[in-house]
Design a binder for this molecule. Structure first.
Ligand code: BES
Ligand code: MN
Ligand code: ZN
Length: 494
């Protein structure tokens, strides 16, 4: 999608789709009034004949019939009257794409009027996120089934400085789309080595990427991660991504760790057939970490950051690990593998340990599509947050508010530790159905020493179908990129 900026009215209107904003009680914004006047009052005549009130989230899409004006006009409701904030502009431009992108017009114009460069830039950000589409493997799709628009123009009265304001946001939107691509790819294409190769290509942005194979991980003693991948024909990989943007290249980094199970069959504890195809996105945590590092490099964030990806494929096979096997993790702690489908925590155990051991970071945040139980607990909008540190947790919750990626904190009570006690090893990898997401977090906590740490269970948010959020098309969400970028920008730069 081509995103452009222009001064109000500079884009020839004939045949375009124009989006403008209305507020409560159908109050047209000045930009909308101008469009209304140019169309001889079409908007103000049409509105009372519909249920459109300007309430937040409403859309009124009109065919103008104009010979030389816009073919379509979409009125977008923003609710409460007042100035158009960045958040309102982001949602409005995303909704403009939803309303007009497939309407037959080739150009969508979002006419914002007298807004600041920052607000217009945020609109472009919303439009970029909304117009994402994964269609790499569609060879016979009819043109009329595809979006008609190839260009979105954000118009504002004074476009001075808007490109500069958009640059950092574009970096984050592009990085989110990079993460969405990784999540959308099927597992026959995106296996651990291919995932690692795609991340290695990010070195062009200024990142350093190391890829460790099974031989190196064996030397490091990563028996927990390697046990998960041993039933797969595809080699497991550990990817270490570094961004050094702080003025002191030796300043203590912040660290992010992602679960990257490129396909989760469950292993010998095989999952049922129904819905198993969803497990191609069991690498959503690793995709989010990759996307975050892409974003930090893309906008040259003033921070040192480390991203660690644990990439494995969980397959049943003659060489696969069995329920009851005992593995030794890099930390030295032993784990009885009761259920080979609780594999994410086994991967993260070694990835987290390696991360804190090698980098001694300020904090570690892991992201993982870890438990079905988090979907039961929180539904499909909120990711679960678990942390041993209130300051880090509160910073994450604040970043969640600002970035619009919802997060909800859950407890990690020590009393529940007994659910993961094993008779044969230091712990077992499942704690039964009660509090399934919590016992998974307690398991991870055993591999972080005393470092400030947070675990985001994103099984609930990595994929949305259907999506009711205008900036998120159906499918891969890229959840976590925007949240963590916001966290870094707000609290850990400079
Ligand atoms: N990848 C799954 C969790 C998951 C479920 C992600 C649904 C996305 C959607 C994870 O590896 C898993 O299988 N977890 C088990 C744990 C259980 C065996 C303790 C689960 O949630 O059932
Ligand atoms: Mn599993
Ligand atoms: Zn899994």
């Amino acid at each position: 999608m081509k995103i452009e900026f222009a001064a109000t009215g500079a884009t020839p209107r004939a045949g375009t789709g124009v989006a403008v904003l209305a507020q409560d009680k159908g109050a047209l914004t000045p930009a909308a009034q101008a469009v209304d006047a140019a169309l001889s009052g079409l908007l103000s005549r049409a509105m009372p004949t519909t249920r459109f009130t300007g309430a937040k989230g409403q859309t009124l899409d009109l065919v103008t019939g104009a010979a030389d004006g816009p073919a379509r006009v979409a009125l977008l409701g923003t609710g409460a009257e007042g100035a158009i904030t960045a958040a309102v502009a982001e949602t409005a431009a995303a909704s403009a794409w939803k309303a007009l992108g497939g309407s037959g017009v080739a150009t969508v114009v979002v006419q914002l009027g007298a807004v600041s460069a920052d607000v217009a830039a945020q609109a472009a950000y919303g439009a970029t996120l909304a117009s994402y589409r994964f269609d790499r493997y569609r060879t016979t799709e009819k043109p009329e089934a595809r979006p008609s628009a190839t260009r979105i123009v954000i118009e504002l009265d004074d476009p001075t400085g808007v490109e500069a304001a958009f640059a950092p946001l574009k970096a984050v939107a592009d990085a989110t789309c990079f993460a969405r691509d990784l999540v959308s790819e099927p597992a026959n294409i995106l296996y651990p080595a291919e995932f690692a190769a795609r991340v290695k290509a990010l070195e062009s942005l200024g990142l350093t990427v190391e890829v460790l194979g099974e031989a190196e991980m064996t030397k490091l003693g990563m028996g927990s991660l390697l046990g998960v991948g041993q039933g797969s024909r595809r080699e497991s990989q550990l990817v270490v991504i570094q961004w050094k943007g702080a003025s002191d290249p030796n300043a203590q980094p912040v660290a992010f760790v992602g679960k990257g199970v490129t396909f989760d069959t469950g292993g010998i504890s095989l999952k049922p057939a129904d819905g198993m195809e969803d497990m191609k996105w069991d690498m959503g945590g690793a995709a989010a970490v990759s996307g975050l590092m892409h974003a930090l490099a893309g906008r040259k964030a003033k921070v040192n950051a480390v991203g660690i990806l644990g990439l494995v494929e969980n397959m049943p096979d003659g060489n696969a690990q069995r329920p009851g096997d005992i593995v030794t993790s890099m930390s030295g702690q032993t784990i009885e593998v009761i259920n080979t489908d609780a594999e994410g925590r086994l991967v993260l155990a070694d990835a987290l340990w390696y991360c804190q051991d090698r980098f001694k970071p300020k904090f570690m945040i892991d992201l993982a599509t870890l438990t079905g139980a988090i979907i039961i607990a929180l539904g499909n909008d909120y990711a679960g947050l678990f942390s041993n540190n209130d300051e880090l947790a509160n910073n994450l919750l604040a970043a969640s508010e600002t970035s619009g990626e919802p997060l909800w904190r859950l407890p990690i009570p020590p009393a529940y530790e007994k659910q993961i006690e094993s008779m044969a090893a230091d712990m077992k990898n499942v704690g039964g159905r009660p509090g399934g997401s919590i016992t998974a977090a307690l398991f991870l906590q055993r591999f972080v020493n005393k470092l400030p740490w947070a675990h985001l269970d994103i099984a609930s948010t990595a994929w949305k179908k259907p999506s009711a959020v205008p900036t998120i098309p159906d499918g891969a969400t890229g959840y976590g990129v925007r949240l963590l970028n916001q966290l870094v920008a707000d609290k850990y730069e400079g």
